[in-house]
Design a protein around this ligand. Structure first.
Ligand SMILES: Nc1ncnc2c1ncn2[C@@H]1O[C@H](COP(=O)(O)OP(=O)(O)OP(=O)(O)O)[C@@H](O)[C@H]1O
Ligand SMILES: [Mg+2]
Length: 326
């Protein structure tokens, strides 16, 4: 999929984001407006737009180039200790928490639309429904739940939970959009998502949690292998560091690792929004080919990696399975 825009780093210390064609001007313009709105709410956290306009009929905007790294460049840096990476993740999460609470104060509107939204995404991922029924193992440990059961559980919760509906929120705290300056231990945000406005701002946490699996699904080549078994699918992570991140940075490993930051009372809302986040991404990034059981070990497809992430993050595995031979 060709991107709607280009991002250029100028030697003068500025970053320019430009629509690829007039067709995408509206998207970039909406992004500029959203950055301005968010900057007014949390000026210390949002990188401001310095200038925007039209160049040869294409919308662009300019940001100061931050002397920092996106979290993706930190979390996946094997040269760093896991404790060091965890500290940075926690610092960034505190700022995300701060932003989300300020966003939550911008609207008192409560809605009950998540069941409907979930059903739409379930329909949109029809090509992968056979995959969602499979029993799954990760590095030898099994899940007691299937992805379909996660969806059904989320749907049930969505029918009783109410959600905040907010327009003035970032909604897109994935690793590429959270910039971290190590010298000052400073976190700044770029690139909000205007297309999901109206959701609960807690969705921003879901985007963050999902980000680890999105990187493995869409950004890193050959990150996960899938091995077909008689009655299950076994996934193997290509690098030991991936499994270490999940166990040593609990905030990224599972819902229980992140909940202390947002409050245990948020569990059901967060479960629903995170399921929605993964399904939405499977619809957008998945192959859209009807899923079939692979015949031999292969590199996992984006929909397979994201399904694995949904299970691992929300349900976790049970201890290593021991196969007893007769
Ligand atoms: N002001 C900035 N300072 C430093 N780095 C930046 C800045 N703006 C963007 N970047 C870098 O450029 C990358 C892409 O920018 P941005 O997120 O705005 O575009 P994008 O194409 O939407 O990316 P994606 O869709 O992959 O999130 C960021 O992940 C970050 O690494
Ligand atoms: Mg981005």
């Amino acid at each position: 999929m060709t991107s709607s825009h280009t991002v250029d780093f100028l030697s003068s210390g500025f970053v320019v984001k430009t629509a690829r064609s007039e067709q995408f001007n509206g998207k970039i313009k909406a992004e500029v407006e959203q950055i301005r709105v968010l900057h007014a709410i949390y000026p210390q956290l949002m990188v401001p737009v310095l200038h925007d306009g039209l160049a040869a009929g294409r919308q662009f905007y300019i940001l100061e180039k931050m002397n920092s790294l996106p979290l993706s460049g930190i979390v996946f840096d094997e040269q760093r200790s896991l404790a060091g990476r965890r500290m940075i993740v926690r610092n960034a999460l505190e700022k995300i928490q701060e932003a989300i609470s300020l966003e939550s104060e911008t609207s008192s509107l409560m809605v009950n639309d998540m069941a409907e939204r979930l059903r739409e995404e379930w329909e949109g991922t029809r090509f992968a429904h056979a995959l969602f029924d499979k029993s799954v193992l990760l590095n030898g440990a099994s899940f007691t739940t299937t992805a379909r059961e996660v969806y059904e559980k989320a749907l049930k919760m969505a029918q009783t939970e109410v959600f905040r509906s907010v327009d003035k929120a970032h909604f897109n705290f994935h690793f590429g959009n959270v910039l971290y300056n190590e010298e000052c231990a400073e976190t700044r945000f770029i690139d909000p998502d205007f297309s999901v406005r109206g959701l609960d701002p807690l969705f921003g946490f879901s985007r963050f949690a999902f980000s680890f699996w999105h990187e493995l699904a869409a950004e890193v080549k050959d990150a996960v292998k899938v091995v077909p078994m008689a009655d299950a699918l076994m996934f193997v992570l290509a690098r030991p560091d991936y499994a270490n991140i999940l166990s040593e940075i609990p905030e990224l490993g599972s819902i229980s690792g992140l909940l202390p930051l947002m409050g245990e009372s948020m569990r059901n809302r967060f479960y629903v929004l995170t399921t929605y986040c993964f399904l939405r991404s499977i619809r957008i990034n998945g192959s859209k080919q009807i899923w079939n059981m692979p015949r031999s070990p292969v590199v996992a497809s984006p929909e397979e990696v994201l399904m694995l992430g949904l299970l691992a993050y929300l349900e976790g595995t049970v201890a290593e399975t021991v196969t007893l031979c007769a």
